[in-house]
Design a binder for this molecule. Structure first.
Ligand code: ZN
Length: 379
């Protein structure tokens, strides 16, 4: 199977098609050479791709691969273009679904996370809305529902009610770790080894770190599940990992990665949660959880603080619970690689992450200073 993949310098009909797609989205203008149908993938198109990726919350690398193609497909839908309803395991995804979710949320309905995916929560909210305005509650957004949606003025702004609900739902579970469900996802695996450097492979490092986290979580009474074992033969895509977490009924998800770049300069730890500024849609608990993991790791190690950031990568987007991806250091950097090779360092990181898990469930009053909580206090 050949994977679609286009970037600067490529030519051919697919590049022409990309050019017209980006022009339709308003990211390429006439003076960017849109009219030259046989032009190669040039600098203006590269800029347009990167801007689009940035706006959509994915890695802005200028490469149009499967994920960027999918996002381009989503971007062309406007609310009212097609009927929207819940279709089970293969849900409708697109900007029109995102617009519907935002609209319902503004009107005070519980749509769950605003993620552009038409799931069962969105369907319930839609039925509720239809009942409220005297339409048949069929859960299908058609012409009459579009009209009713457009007529009403918003009563709340943005995703605020959902942010509050998400936090409340988690805190209602209580502070004890015992009985909580946490999915730990080691990145890559199978034939996909991820980043490499200084004799280390990301897939192996991530699997070892995940096992250490899982062991510590289990010791506190958490039901901890790994998305893959050390020797899982097949590659798992991010959507399958998200499905695993949804099916497990996880309260939280932690995805473990390490990074690498071509040079040796880049270093440090960063954490990511579901979010996209442009749409005002994000996971508030995800952001909080990412911040906690980031702080605990930075407080306990000498890794550089590369902060927390919103992203829409599939694992973060398709999980129905707060999910965080950790990028723990760079295998291409001698300092980070030396740390990552050290089992004692991996233990410290695993402990930091378990403490962060504990903190998510604590109310502000019960919480201690960063770096002060120890694993043995949690069990
Ligand atoms: Zn990775």
């Amino acid at each position: 199977m050949t994977t679609l993949r286009y970037s600067l310098g490529d030519t051919g009909p697919a590049v022409n098609e990309l050019r017209s797609k980006f022009a339709q989205l308003g990211l390429l203008r006439a003076n960017d050479g849109v009219e030259f149908s046989d032009a190669p993938f040039d600098a203006p198109l590269d800029r347009a791709v990167r801007q689009f990726q940035l706006e959509r919350g994915v890695t802005a690398d200028g490469v149009v691969g499967p994920l960027t193609y999918r996002l381009l497909e989503e971007a062309r839908w406007r609310l009212g273009d097609r009927l929207l309803s819940y279709s089970g395991s293969n849900p409708l995804v697109g900007d029109d679904v995102m617009a519907l979710q935002r609209r319902l949320a503004e009107l005070g309905f519980d749509v769950g996370r605003i993620d552009g995916v038409f799931g069962p929560v969105a369907e319930n909210a839609l039925r509720e809305f239809q009942r409220n305005v005297g339409l048949p509650p069929d859960g299908t957004c058609g012409p009459a529902t579009f009209k009713a949606l457009a007529r009403l003025a918003p009563i709340v702004t943005g995703g605020r009610p959902h942010w509050l609900r998400e936090g409340e739902a988690l805190r209602r579970l209580g502070p004890r770790l015992s009985g909580k469900v946490v999915v730990v996802d080691p990145g890559h695996g199978g034939s996909d080894r991820g980043a490499t450097g200084h004799g280390l492979e990301e897939a192996t490092v991530a699997a070892d770190l995940a096992a250490r986290i899982e062991g510590r979580l289990a010791a506190t009474g958490v039901h901890a599940f790994l998305t893959r074992g050390r020797a899982t033969p097949d590659e798992l895509d991010e959507a399958s990992r998200a499905r695993f977490a949804n099916d497990a009924g996880a309260n939280l998800v932690i995805s473990v990665h390490v990074d690498a770049t071509r040079g040796t300069q880049a270093s440090g730890v960063a954490t990511y949660y579901y979010g996209i500024d442009r749409h005002g849609a994000f996971s508030a608990v995800g952001e909080q959880f990412a911040g906690l993991i980031q702080r605990e790791i930075v407080a306990r190690t000498d890794l550089r603080d590369c902060h927390t950031h919103p992203k829409t990568w599939d694992l973060l987007r398709y999980t129905r619970m707060p999910a965080v991806r950790v990028e723990l250091g760079y295998l291409s950097n001698p300092h980070d690689a030396a740390r990552l090779a050290d089992p004692a360092f991996r233990d410290v990181v695993a402990e930091a992450i378990v403490v962060a898990v504990q903190r998510v469930f604590l109310s502000k009053d019960d919480d201690a200073t960063t770096g002060a909580l120890l694993l043995r206090d949690l069990a």
